[in-house]
Write a protein that binds this ligand. Structure first.
Ligand code: BES
Ligand code: MN
Ligand code: ZN
Length: 502
């Protein structure tokens, strides 16, 4: 897809399609008004006859509108003008793109970026439009032998900004939007890949591909022998039942001064989570290929970062591992010694994410991080608490939590903070080891984060539980969402101080 920005009047456009908004009830937007005048009331006539009410997401495609140079005009319902919010704006853009893609316009000039969205500037609107477009056009078909492509797919889209003065800002928004979308695509591609292909070695391979593509990216892999030497007894235990070797990939991005402290992102990379000896029920077990969604998100954010060439230092860790039952597998009752020296009694081998992450979190102490954010499909309880709309955010450092919530608000990639009060720590008490890996039924997301917090005392830390947000379940809509790449990318953009809005 080719994106550009332009500042022009609608009646002067000579394109396959021009896209303008109509509000409810039957009210023309300013640009639609201009077209209406030129076409001598053609559009307002249609509305009067009841062809389009203007409800959010309604579409009416017109051909050969009198005196209009473009072949088509797509009228898009935008709902009540006063009620237009961020979410509706994105939905309207998505529906528009799907419509264009299916109706034969291979290029279009879109004026929806001129809609008023409360509190958002043109940079935001153009960038969101680019991200929403790329999200819509994504499909994972590399393993299908017959690919379905529309006969005349959308290839080129121009977003209009109100004045020429806003062109540089619009261009920056396109560049940023494309970089974020590229990271999201990387995340989706690796997350959707089946677990017989995407194993820990495959994750390491993806990290290498990124390093080959960008000069300031390099990677190392910590394999099982090295983990043994480092004393990562907990991480190793989880992978012991699998024929696929555990591998922790470290991605270094060097964009800032040599001695500026890195931001560290750690992703849970369970390329398949069967539950192990505490095996999961069969229903929807295939979806546990997405248990590496955290690692996919970190890889995606690293891709965006490298593409934007931001002036900061960031280290991404993909904690690759597979949780399988076998005669070598770790068991409930086992007591593991973590890299930190703390011992853990395993009460359920399906609470494996925290056991992998805890050693990765100890490992990253060596980087003397500015802050550490781990990203994980950690608990089913998070899906119960927040559903598929918000990721869970837990943190022991208020400023970091606020920075992440801010990034989440700006990007529309929602997160909601849950408490990490001391009281919850009691649920992890063990009669035999320092603590257990299981906190019981109550507050499962919080007790999982409590477990991790025991390994993050040496730096500022936040945890994102993306169990509900990383992928869509069931049916034909199933697939990776690419979350939380846009939140993380926004966080990194903010950290880098790169100019964004007006
Ligand atoms: N990967 C799962 C969490 C998960 C489950 C994410 C369903 C998304 C959908 C994790 O490893 C897990 O199995 N967690 C257990 C923890 C429990 C045993 C304390 C869970 O949530 O049931
Ligand atoms: Mn599990
Ligand atoms: Zn898991």
């Amino acid at each position: 897809m080719e994106f550009s920005v332009k500042s022009g009047s609608p009646e002067k456009q000579r394109s396959a399609c021009i896209v303008v908004g109509v509000f409810e009830p039957r009210r023309l937007s300013a640009v639609a008004e201009q077209l209406d005048e030129i076409s001598e009331g053609y559009i307002s006539n249609l509305l009067r006859r009841g062809d389009l009410e203007g409800k959010s997401g309604q579409m009416l495609l017109l051909h050969h509108v009198p005196n209009i140079l473009s072949e088509r005009v797509l009228l898009v319902g935008c709902g009540k003008e006063r009620e237009l919010d961020e979410r509706q704006y994105r939905q309207i853009i998505s529906k528009t793109i799907n419509n264009l893609n299916e109706t034969g316009s291979m290029e279009a000039v879109c004026f929806l970026t001129e809609l008023h969205v409360k509190g958002r500037d043109n940079y935001w609107k153009v960038r969101q439009a680019v991200e929403a477009t790329q999200d819509c056009l994504y499909s994972f078909d590399s393993l299908k032998t017959r690919k379905e492509e529309p006969r005349r797919p959308l290839r080129k889209i121009v977003f209009n900004v109100p004045t020429r003065r806003e062109l540089p800002l619009g261009e920056r928004a396109v560049a940023h939007g494309l970089a974020v979308a590229e990271g999201i695509n990387t995340c989706k591609n690796v997350a959707n890949m089946p677990p017989n292909i995407c194993n820990p070695a495959y994750l390491a391979e993806q990290a290498k591909i990124l390093a080959n593509e960008y000069d300031n990216v390099s990677t190392d892999v910590v394999d099982e022998a090295q983990m043994e030497a480092l004393g990562m007894g907990s991480y190793l235990a989880v992978g012991r039942g699998s024929a696929n070797e555990s591998m922790m990939s470290i991605i270094h991005y060097q964009g800032g001064d040599k001695d500026s402290k890195p931001i560290v992102l750690v992703g849970k990379g369970l390329t398949f989570d069967s539950g192990g000896i505490s095996i999961k029920p069969g229903e929807a077990m295939d979806e546990m290929k997405y248990d590496m969604g955290g690692a996919a998100g970190v890889l995606g954010a690293m891709h965006t970062l490298a593409e934007l060439n931001l002036p900061i230092n960031v280290i991404g860790v993909l904690a690759g591992c597979e949780n399988m039952p076998s005669s070598n597998a770790y068991r409930p009752g086992d007591i593991l010694t973590t890299m930190s020296g703390q011992t853990v009694e395993v009460l359920n081998t399906d609470a494996e994410g925290r056991l992998v992450l805890c050693d990765a979190l100890t490992y990253v102490e060596r980087f003397d991080p500015d802050c550490v954010i781990d990203v994980a499909t950690l608990t089913g309880a998070c899906v119960v608490a927040l559903g598929k709309h918000a990721s869970g955010l837990l943190s022991t450092h208020n400023p970091l939590a606020h920075e992440l919530l801010n990034a989440s608000d700006q990007s529309g990639d929602r997160a909601w903070r849950l408490p990490l009060w001391e009281e919850y720590q009691e649920q992890l008490e063990s009669p035999f080891a320092d603590f257990t890996n299981l906190g019981g039924r109550a507050a499962g997301t919080i007790t999982a984060a409590c477990f991790l917090s025991r390994f993050t005392k040496k730096y500022h830390w936040a945890h994102l539980d993306i169990a509900g947000t990383a992928w869509r379940s069931g049916g034909k809509d199933k697939g990776s969402t690419g979350r939380p790449v846009s939140m993380l990318s926004q966080f990194l953009l903010n950290k880098s101080g790169v100019e964004q809005g007006e």
